[in-house]
Write a protein that binds this ligand. Sequence first.
Ligand code: PLP
Length: 319
Amino acid sequence: MSNSIDPQANPLPSLAAHHMDPHSYPDGVAFLDGQYLPMSQAKISVLDWGFLHSDATYDTVHVWNGRFFRLDLHLDRFFGGLKKLRMTIPLDREGVAEILHNCVALSGHRAAYVEMLCTRGTSPTFSRDPRDAVNRFMAFAVPFGSVANAEQLQRGLHVAISDKVRIPPASVDPAIKNYHWLDLVRGLYDAYDRGAETALVLDFNGNVAEGPGFNVFCVDDGRLSTPAVGVLPGITRRTVFDLCAEAGLAVKAADVSVAALRRSDEVFITSTAGGIMPVTVIDGAPVADGNVGAITRRLMAVYWQKHEDPAWSSPVRYS
Ligand code: PLP
């Protein structure tokens, strides 16, 4: 894929002129059924199996300072999910990437949350056979959002460990990024009921798994661990492994028990929606001395520095 578009040869598709309702929709641009639309106009049928059966896969990449971060890894994961779900779209990687560039360019955002998704769609004959369905690809770019707000990034998140169990890999392969979030949402309500800000749920063996939209790491004696099974292989999680390799820090994917998490020196969570975010309270008790740890701070800083590095990021084609 070339790094720039000649605007004369390849003019950006025009945004269909529609009424925007700024009160109900984020400011952004979606691609749906071959058209670029304001978010308020991007709507699908209630009969779509993505909605009725959660039969869908998606990926989210972010744009920071006008650059995509690790777009290739997100495209790999998205196309891997499509293949496993036996979905087909009339686009290759470059075609999807071009649509993502266009959504961001048309939105004008320099910091964006950019989602690509595919639903099973609907069967033209309304049959119950998924093989009859016409799969539907969509994408959108909205303002960048974070799991943790500015205050939480400073002082660390307050997390509760719910007893809800993340849907096991034997049921749904977690490598297929999916919208099966009822376990995570129930975990969130457990957390709110206990005065916490977000939740971690368990894996099928009772170890810590992940949270609503994030993976988790703990640091013990300078060594990092993150749950190995029953979790989405997050791109930010992978990025922490890459940053640790560069920094000479030991990191491994292994079971993390609830007790081990509680007695860790440092805890942080990772997500495309916010990057590396500290956790300083678990179930009302401070993690170590309750301050954001030194390794967490160091990784947060280098994570954002990498957003300017051409080896890790690529410029959005705004024109
Ligand atoms: N786990 C779940 C369930 C998620 O939904 C997400 C992101 O949305 C993550 C982990 C973090 O993945 P990534 O770092 O690729 O954003």
